[in-house]
Design a protein around this ligand. Structure first.
Ligand SMILES: [Zn+2]
Length: 282
C-alpha cells in the first residue's frame, strides 16, 4: 500500500513539475532561464610549495612580440616556424607569457618583476598583474620586496599605477645598479631608446629612495640569491630561490618560448651572451 501511494505520489509530483515547468516556460519564468555567457577566463595564477615557502605565480597577461624572425635572429625562418608549429604555438607571432613568482618565505613576501603596468605598448592583453594578484588573494600592501630582473618596461612597468604612485606601498625595491643607471639616464632621451628611458624613469624614480642595489652572487634576501646574466640588458639578473633544500631559478628574459630556447643550443634568446647562457644551463 505504501509503495502504491508512493508511486502515485511520485507520478502526481512529476505531473505537477511538468505543468509547472511548462507554465514557467510559457510565461518566460526563471526555471529555464539561460545564463548569459561570461566571456571571462580562468584566474591567471598558480600556487605550489617550495620547501617551507609558498610560491604563487601570477600572470601579467600574454605579450605579443610579432613575427618570430625579429626575436630569433640568425636562425632560418622556416626552422623557427616549424619548431613553433610543432609545439602548438603560432608560427607568425611570438607570444610571451609574463609570469611573476610571488614567494612567501615565511617572514617576507617577495614579488619578482611587475609586468607592463598601464602601458599598452604591446597591446591590450598585458598589464593584468594587479588583477591576478587580487584573484590569488594577495594584497599589494603585503608585498615586502619587489625584485626586478632588469629595467625594461615589461618588468618594471607595474611599479607605479596610473596616478604615478607606487602600487606596492610597503615594499623595498631591488635592481642591479648598472641597469638602473643605464635606463634612467636622461642623456639617452634623444636616442632610439627614448621610450625605454621614459618608462624606466616613470616607474623607478618614484621609489628611488627605496631602491636597494645588489651585487652578483649576493644573497639579497634570506634564500634569494642574485646571479648576474648580462646581455639582454647590461644589468640583467636571474635569481635562485631556495627554501629547506628546494630551489627554483627565476630566469626572467634569459629564456623565452621554451621549445625554441631549450631544445637546442642554437635557440637561445639572441641577446643573452654565451657566458650567461652557460650560467643558466649550469
Ligand atoms: Zn627586457
Amino acid at each position: 500500500m505504501t509503495a502504491l501511494v508512493s508511486r502515485r505520489s511520485l507520478l502526481a509530483l512529476g505531473a505537477g513539475l511538468g505543468a509547472s515547468l511548462g507554465a514557467s516556460t510559457l510565461l518566460g519564468g526563471s526555471a529555464l532561464a539561460r545564463a548569459p555567457k561570461l566571456g571571462t577566463q580562468s584566474p591567471y595564477w598558480h600556487r605550489f610549495n617550495l620547501g617551507g615557502a609558498e610560491v604563487t605565480v601570477v600572470s601579467d597577461g600574454p605579450l605579443p612580440l610579432g613575427d618570430p624572425s625579429g626575436t630569433f635572429l640568425g636562425v632560418p625562418k622556416e626552422e623557427v616556424k616549424k619548431m613553433l608549429s610543432d609545439n602548438f604555438l603560432s608560427p607568425d607571432n611570438v607570444v610571451l607569457e609574463q609570469n611573476s613568482p610571488v614567494v612567501n618565505m615565511g617572514d617576507k613576501l617577495v614579488l619578482f618583476d611587475t609586468g607592463m603596468g598601464t602601458s599598452k605598448a604591446f597591446g591590450p592583453t598585458t598589464g593584468r598583474q594587479q588583477k591576478s594578484l587580487a584573484e590569488a588573494g594577495i594584497k599589494p600592501e603585503d608585498i615586502d620586496a619587489v625584485v626586478c630582473s632588469h629595467a625594461h618596461i615589461d618588468h618594471i612597468g607595474g611599479i607605479v599605477g596610473a596616478d604615478d604612485k607606487p602600487l606596492f606601498p610597503n615594499a623595498q625595491y631591488y635592481i642591479a645598479q648598472s641597469d638602473f643607471d643605464f635606463w634612467t639616464d636622461e642623456g639617452k632621451m634623444g636616442s632610439p631608446l627614448k621610450d625605454f628611458i621614459v618608462h624606466a624613469r616613470k616607474n623607478l624614480m618614484p621609489v628611488r629612495d627605496r631602491l636597494v642595489f645588489f651585487k652578483d652572487g649576493q644573497e639579497i634576501l634570506p634564500g634569494i640569491q642574485a646571479m648576474a646574466a648580462p646581455g639582454h640588458t647590461v644589468g640583467h639578473t636571474m635569481f635562485m630561490v631556495t627554501s629547506e633544500g628546494k630551489s627554483f631559478a627565476f630566469l626572467a628574459i634569459s629564456a623565452i618560448t621554451p621549445c625554441c630556447c631549450w631544445k637546442s643550443r642554437a635557440w637561445n634568446f639572441p641577446t643573452t651572451p654565451t657566458r650567461s647562457r652557460r650560467r643558466i644551463r649550469g
